[in-house]
Every structure is written in structure tokens, then in C-alpha cells.
Design a protein around this ligand. Structure first.
Ligand SMILES: NC(=O)c1ccc[n+]([C@@H]2O[C@H](COP(=O)([O-])OP(=O)(O)OC[C@H]3O[C@@H](n4cnc5c(N)ncnc54)[C@H](OP(=O)(O)O)[C@@H]3O)[C@@H](O)[C@H]2O)c1
Length: 200
């Protein structure tokens, strides 16, 4: 398969690109690194990416920023960033990608466990993750030409916890989380929220 990994230069995305690269032709897009550059906040930039890349069998998104702050400190701008970047950025990859994806292809987006297991600083991220999961369930009912769509919900990534100076044993290595993305691309599910812990 020809697989476009958006966010494929990041912590999760680079592990996903490596895992999929064993059996597929992977094209990596990042914000400033990778084979191609894209800003998912801008539909013009997304359109340019698809024009550069051409047709693909699968699109995996491991991109998306959202604010992680206590509720009483979240500003309007931080809510807007979370909605415009992680939520609508990934949704617009699907909306604009539909004319570039092959019949029977698949989209795989990224949410996160904070949708189901919130913490005190996760109001904006939990909102966005739950929004992505609702979008995927509904979009799966409406996608044409046998195109599938799923969302992977990763737990904390060990490498990320380590970078934050926290105990990495509370998370999963990115390479283990990549297995859920493989399942979405290579298996037959659609409309599913894939809890990455179940595939590790
Ligand atoms: N890490 C975790 O513990 C964790 C847990 C649960 C969920 N998640 C979710 O998983 C996703 C990836 O997380 P990560 O930790 O792998 O992030 P990361 O290491 O910061 O990587 C982010 C990736 O997205 C790209 N990117 C950043 N801004 C972009 C933009 N505006 N348009 C297009 N691409 C952009 C980056 O490209 P460049 O490299 O070129 O900058 C990079 O490839 C996020 O949605 C995050 O919320 C992460």
C-alpha cells in the first residue's frame, strides 16, 4: 500500500512510519520536517500536500496540538488552537483527502486516552479527543467507495513521559502503540476507536 503519514516525524508518527515501512511504501509529512511539509490548520496547505503527494491507499494522522492546562487557566485562544489544530486539522485531512484516496482505502486519526480517562489539566484535550471519536463513528457510515476510517487512542507514550521528567513505566513505548495503527491500516475495521493498549 502507499501510505501517507502526516505527523510522521513525531514521537508516535515516526514509530508508525517505521512499522508500516516494513511492508508498505510510506510517505512522511511533517510541519517542518519529512518528505513533505504541511500545516493542518490551513486547508490551502493540506490541499497543496495532496497535490504534491498524489493518490494514496491510506492516510494516517499522528499530528495535532491541543492545550494541556487546568480549566481556569485555559484562554479563548487555547481552546481555539485545540479545536483548529488537533480536531479540525485532522477532520480536514479526511474531508480534503477523500478525492485523493483510492477505493477501499483507509483514514486513521489520533485521539488519546484523555477522552475516557481525564485528568485535572485535560479539559481542552479531552474535548477534542472525544470530538474526533464522535466524528469517526459518524463519518464511517457515510464514506464512499469502501473507504474506511478509524481513530487510534494512545495512552501516555513512555518517550513523552521521559521527556517531561516523569516515570516512563506509566506509559507505552511508541513502537508498541504503532501496532494499533497497523491494525487500522491493514485490518478491516471501520468506525472504531482503537485503544492502543489492547494491541501492544
Ligand atoms: N505523546 C503522547 O504521550 C500522546 C498520548 C496520547 C495522544 N497523543 C497524541 O498523538 C499525536 C502525536 O503526538 P506526539 O507526541 O507524537 O507529537 P510530537 O512528537 O510533538 O510530533 C508532532 C508531529 O506533528 C507534526 N506537526 C506539528 N504541528 C503540525 C501542524 N500544524 N501541521 C502538520 N503537522 C504538524 C510534527 O512535525 P515536525 O516534526 O515537522 O514539527 C510532528 O511530525 C498528538 O495528537 C497527541 O495529542 C500523544
Amino acid at each position: 500500500l502507499r501510505v501517507l503519514v502526516v505527523g510522521g516525524t513525531g514521537t508516535i508518527g515516526s514509530a508508525v512510519a517505521t512499522a508500516l515501512g516494513r511492508d508498505h511504501r510510506v510517505v512522511v509529512a511533517g510541519h517542518s520536517r519529512g518528505d513533505h511539509n504541511v500545516d493542518i490548520v490551513s486547508n490551502t496547505s493540506i490541499q497543496r500536500l495532496f497535490d504534491e503527494v498524489g493518490r494514496f491507499d491510506a492516510l494516517v494522522s499522528c499530528a495535532g496540538k491541543a492545550a494541556f492546562k487546568p480549566l481556569d487557566q485555559l484562554t479563548d485562544a487555547e481552546f481555539e488552537l485545540s479545536l483548529g489544530n488537533k480536531l479540525m486539522g485532522q477532520i480536514n485531512l479526511v474531508r480534503l483527502g477523500l478525492t485523493h484516496i483510492e477505493d477501499g482505502g483507509s483514514f486513521t486519526l489520533t485521539s488519546g486516552i484523555l477522552a475516557q480517562e481525564p485528568t485535572t489539566a485535560s479539559a481542552a484535550i479531552s474535548m477534542v479527543n472525544a470530538g474526533l471519536e464522535g466524528f469517526v463513528r459518524a463519518a464511517a457510515l457515510q464514506l464512499p467507495r469502501g473507504v474506511r476510517i478509524n481513530v487510534v487512542s494512545p495512552p501516555w507514550i513512555s518517550e513523552t513521559l521521559e521527556r517531561m521528567g516523569r516515570d516512563p513505566s506509566g506509559g507505552l513505548p511508541a513502537a508498541a502503540v504503532a501496532k494499533a495503527y497497523r491494525h487500522s491500516v491493514e485490518g478491516g475495521p471501520t468506525g472504531e476507536v482503537l485503544d492502543a493498549r489492547q494491541f501492544a
